[in-house]
Design a protein around this ligand. Structure first.
Ligand code: SF4
Length: 446
C-alpha cells in the first residue's frame, strides 16, 4: 500500500475537479439559474472569507482582519449578489439547506447575519425542515452570537477543533484549550443547538499517535454527532503562511497513514460509523442514515445527506452546481466586491457538463461514498455497451495486484482501510485527470 500513499489525485468534491474549470461567462450561470424548475429544491452556500487570526495550517480562501469594517463592506456585496441571483430566477426555489462557510462565518455580527437571511428569504422559500448550518471557531462564540444563531434557525454547527494538544496548537497558531472548546459546546447546546460536528486534522506538526489518542478521548467528551478528520496538506509554495510551520516537526506520509488508521479504529470503537474517506457519524445521524439508504452524496463541503446536487453559492470563490454545470465566483475578495458593486454577476470559472460527464461523475461518486461501484449497472442506465469502460477496468491492474481493489463481473470493490487511497482508484475513471507533471496539480492522497 505504501507506494500509493504519496501519489496525487483529486479530492473529488466535484467532477470534474476544480483544476479543470475554464473561463465561464455570467450569462451561462444566468441561463442555468433560469433552467431551474419549481419542483427542484436547492442548497445555498455563503462564503465569508475573513478571520481574526491566521492558523498556520490554513488552506482556505480567507483574509485576516482585526477590524470589522471590511466584513460589513463584504456583506453589502454578498447581499447585492443574492439580489442579482434572485432576480435571475423566475420563481422562489425551495431550499433544503443553507451552509455558511469560510473563512470564519462566525465573524459576522448578528445584524449582518440577519440582513443576509432577509435577502435570502426575499428570493428563496426556505423549507421548515431545512438544515441550516455554520462553521464556527470555538474561540469566537459569544452568548449573544449563540442566542442569535438559535433565533435565526441554525440547527447544525461545525466546530474547528483540529487537535487539543497544547504544543500542536501552539505550532499551528491556534491555541484553544479543551476547557474553552467544552464551554463553547455547552453554550451552543444551552441555546438548543444540539447537533454539533467537530473538525479534526491529522498530520499536523508535533502530532504523535499518543497526542492524537488524547485528542480523540477529549473530543469524545464533547459528544459530537459527526466528526471530520482531514489530512493536513503542507503546500507552502501555494500557501505562504505555511512556511511558519517547521517542516522538521511534520509527521511523515507513513505516520499520517498510521494516524488515520488510529483515528478510524478509535472512532469506530467509540460508536461512530465511518462515512466516506474522512467523516464519522453516530448511527442516528443523517449521514449514517444516508449511508444505509444509499443517498449519501459528496459535494464541495464534503459529505452530505441532502437530497440533490443543486447548490447556489454566494461570495468570493464560492462554487455553484446546477444541472447545466459548475460555476465559480471570482476568488479575490476585492475583485469580487468590485464586480458585484458594478452590477455584474461575479461568475469567473466553471464547467458545462457534456458527453460522458454524468456517467463518470456517477462512478466516481459511488467509489468516494460507498467504496464499491457496479460499472455494468451504470452502463445499462446510460444505455452504453458493457465493454465501454473495459480499458479503464484494465488500468486497475496495479491496484488489483496489490489487493487494494477487486473486480468481479465489472463490479469494482475497494478493500484498503486506508480509505483516502480510493481517490487514486476513482481517478482511473476521470477522463480529465492526467498524471501530475511535478507541478502539484492535485493534493497527495495521504
Ligand atoms: S479559522 Fe479556519 S479559515 Fe480562518 S485561518 Fe483558521 S483555518 Fe483558516
Amino acid at each position: 500500500m505504501q507506494r500509493f500513499l504519496g501519489k496525487e489525485a483529486p479530492r473529488y468534491t466535484s467532477y470534474p475537479s476544480a483544476h479543470h474549470f475554464g473561463a465561464m461567462p455570467a450569462t451561462a450561470y444566468q441561463k442555468a439559474l433560469r433552467s431551474l424548475r419549481a419542483d427542484q429544491s436547492v442548497g445555498l452556500y455563503l462564503h465569508v472569507p475573513f478571520c481574526e487570526q491566521m492558523c498556520y495550517f490554513c488552506g482556505c480562501n480567507t483574509h485576516i482582519t482585526k477590524r470589522y469594517s471590511p466584513v460589513s463592506t463584504y456583506v453589502e456585496s454578498l447581499v447585492r449578489e443574492i439580489h442579482m441571483v434572485g432576480e435571475s430566477l423566475s420563481f422562489r426555489p425551495k431550499v433544503h439547506s443553507i451552509h455558511f462557510g469560510g473563512g470564519s462565518p462566525g465573524i459576522l455580527s448578528p445584524e449582518d447575519m440577519a440582513e443576509v437571511f432577509d435577502a435570502l428569504k426575499s428570493f428563496f422559500s426556505i423549507e421548515p425542515s431545512a438544515e441550516i448550518s455554520i462553521e464556527l471557531d470555538p474561540r469566537r462564540i459569544t452568548p449573544t452570537k449563540a442566542e442569535s444563531y438559535a433565533a435565526m434557525g441554525f440547527n447544525r454547527v461545525s466546530l474547528g477543533v483540529q487537535d487539543t494538544n497544547a504544543a500542536v496548537q501552539r505550532a499551528i497558531n491556534r491555541v484553544q484549550p479543551i476547557e474553552l472548546i467544552q464551554a463553547s459546546v455547552d453554550l451552543l447546546r444551552s441555546h438548543g443547538l444540539q447537533s454539533i460536528g467537530i473538525d479534526l486534522i491529522y498530520g499536523l506538526p508535533l502530532q504523535t499517535s499518543e497526542s492524537l489518542s488524547v485528542t480523540l478521548e477529549e473530543v469524545r467528551c464533547l459528544e459530537p454527532a459527526r466528526i471530520s478528520a482531514f489530512s493536513y496538506a503542507h503546500v507552502p509554495w501555494m500557501k505562504k503562511h505555511q512556511t511558519l510551520i517547521d517542516s522538521d516537526t511534520l509527521p511523515t506520509t507513513e505516520d499520517k497513514a498510521d494516524f488515520f488508521l488510529l483515528l478510524d479504529q478509535k472512532l469506530r470503537d467509540q460508536g461512530y460509523r465511518s462515512i466516506g474517506i474522512d467523516h464519522f457519524a453516530l448511527p442516528d445521524d443523517g449521514l449514517s442514515r444516508a449511508l444505509d439508504n444509499h443517498t449519501l452524496r459528496r459535494n464541495f463541503m464534503g459529505y452530505t445527506d441532502q437530497p440533490n446536487d443543486r447548490l447556489i453559492a454566494f461570495g468570493a470563490s464560492a462554487i455553484s452546481e446546477l444541472d447545466d454545470g459548475i460555476f465559480q465566483n471570482i476568488p479575490q475578495s476585492t475583485t469580487y466586491q468590485n464586480t458585484v458593486n458594478k452590477g455584474g454577476l461575479p461568475t469567473s470559472r466553471g464547467w458545462l457538463f457534456e458527453g460522458e460527464d454524468a456517467l463518470r461523475k456517477t462512478i466516481i461518486a459511488e467509489l468516494m461514498c460507498y467504496f464499491e461501484v457496479d460499472i455494468g449497472n451504470i452502463l445499462i442506465d446510460h444505455e452504453l455497451p458493457f465493454s465501454y469502460l473495459d480499458g479503464e477496468l484494465d488500468q486497475l491492474g496495479e491496484f488489483v495486484a496489490s489487493g487494494l481493489v477487486s473486480v468481479q463481473n465489472r463490479k469494482v470493490t475497494f478493500h484498503s482501510p486506508l480509505k483516502m487511497l480510493v481517490r487514486s482508484v476513482a481517478s482511473v475513471f476521470d477522463r480529465y485527470a492526467t498524471e501530475s507533471s511535478g507541478d502539484h496539480r492535485y493534493s497527495k492522497v495521504a
